[in-house]
Design a protein around this ligand. Structure first.
Ligand code: S3P
Length: 437
């Protein structure tokens, strides 16, 4: 870990001005993957220069794909076609990225060569049977470590067959892994989800000319087609904007605009949750860019009240719960989160880690197996909190520090660079109190 991984967050000033957060992580991963598998050259703009997505780009370079850097956020991917990948010389390191590893597992299951997927300490603890088991039902051979965790050892040369999958967890990563394996399968691959999840894989496949049928909670495709390269414009990541939406909502005097934020409805559940809590967030200039809805978000401080978060919107805000817990701690009244057990298997156990840190700051939170009950309004104060090498936990504690009556030391912030390079400087530019210790 680098020495600058511990930060001190403190109340400083209202958040003001107009900012733009970096490109969407989910779309950036998929742009590298599908650009690599397409026939022709894909120019990507708005690519997230984060460690997770750089690891995915490196994975395809290691499999013989030429990817040129054409300035910040710009990549030129020289696609090798659906059957053009070459055996990597070494294990593929996905770093901290669950999305990278799970989606790659689907693609690699259909190759003629063997491969191994490894990751960092956090990724090496995460459950992979949710992809390896349904992939096995399609004929894939993937070995996990004992306990179903990485490394993943993928045996090439299997002939895959399309199958029907009824997922028990709502997971875009699992759905995407199966659809990507389905590109290499004989027959039809069908995925049904218990709740609709982000549909970027389906949208991008369709945009690159692969026939795919999809509607919320359902996706279906068959093998034996080709992808045609097409330029991809990546919008700003709603999940990165989320930290600023909450910070500006809870710091008095704030008045902030976030430009060109991705507004795919499968991602914007936090807006609904914050509005229920009384936040003042205006969606301006809604438009489409690169086939995705985007808008400018104008957020003004407002006193928040606790709310029950409807279970139906949990998948639409699955990455935003750490920062929602912060908003709930700063609100008056009680916030109840249910049906969010998936939070326990993210980059960290996000329910336990947030509850511990916020409690250390003075908040009143009860953990439940699938969520939390947060009694808002207790004053937040000095603490030393641990981010457990989880980027979203680190940034959420920085936001909590903006409402604390004394500085909060956040330990383990190096992984912020996985999804939000430049967060430190942008947070300070917007008015957050933040220094390195
Ligand atoms: C993602 C899906 C979600 C999300 C992750 C990105 C994706 O994970 O938490 O940050 O790009 O498909 P799950 O599919 O595990 O819910």
């Amino acid at each position: 870990m680098i020495s600058t991984s511990n930060w001190l967050a403190h109340a400083e000033s209202p958040l003001r001005g107009t900012i733009r957060v970096p490109g969407d992580k989910s779309i950036s991963h998929r742009a590298m993957m599908l650009g690599a598998l397409a026939d022709g050259v894909t120019r990507v703009s708005g690519f997230l220069e984060g460690e997770d997505t750089l690891a995915t780009a490196a994975a395809f370079r290691a499999m013989g794909v030429r990817i040129e850097e054409d300035g910040p956020g710009r990549r030129i991917v020289h696609g090798v076609g659906i059957d053009g990948l070459k055996a990597p010389a070494a294990p593929i390191d996905c770093g901290n990225a669950g999305t990278g590893m799970r989606l790659l597992a689907g693609i690699l299951a259909g190759q003629s060569f063997d491969s191994v997927l490894i990751g960092d300490a956090s990724l090496t603890r995460r459950p992979m049977r949710r992809v390896t088991e349904p992939l096995a039902s399609m004929g894939a051979r993937i070995q996990t470590a004992e306990g179903g965790t990485p490394p993943l050892r993928v045996s090439g040369g299997q002939s895959l067959v399309g199958t029907r999958h009824e997922l028990s967890v709502a997971s875009a990563q699992v759905k995407s892994a199966l659809l990507l394996a389905g590109l290499y399968a004989r027959g039809t691959t069908t995925v049904r989800e218990p709740h609709p999840t982000r549909d970027y894989t389906e949208r991008m496949l369709a945009a690159l000319g692969w026939p795919v049928e999809f509607s919320p909670g359902f996706a279906q495709l068959s093998g034996d087609h080709r992808l045609r390269a097409r330029d991809i414009a990546v919008p700003s990541d709603f999940s990165s904007a989320a930290f600023f939406l909450v910070a500006a909502s809870i710091v008095p005097g704030s008045d902030l605009v976030l430009e060109a934020v991705g507004m795919n409805p499968r991602r914007t559940g936090l807006l609904e949750a914050l509005r229920r809590m009384g936040a003042r967030i205006e969606v301006r200039n809604a438009r489409e860019e690169g086939g995705e809805p985007v808008a400018d978000l104008h957020v003004v401080h407002a006193p928040l009240q606790g709310a029950e978060i409807p279970e139906a919107i949990v998948p639409d805000m699955i990455d935003e719960f750490p920062v929602l817990f912060v908003a709930a701690s700063a609100a008056s009244g009680v916030t109840v989160v249910r049906g969010a057990a998936e939070l326990r298997v993210k980059e960290s156990d996000r329910i336990a880690v947030m509850a511990r840190g916020l409690r250390d700051m003075g908040a009143r939170i009860e953990e439940t197996p699938d969520g939390a009950v947060i009694h808002g309004g207790a004053p937040l104060g000095a603490a030393e909190v641990e981010a457990h090498d989880d980027h979203r936990i680190a940034m959420s504690f920085v936001v909590a520090g903006q409402r604390s009556n004394a500085p909060v030391a956040v330990r383990g912030c190096a992984t912020v660079a996985t999804s939000f390079p430049g967060f430190f400087d942008l947070a300070r530019t917007a008015g957050m109190g933040l220094s390195r210790i």
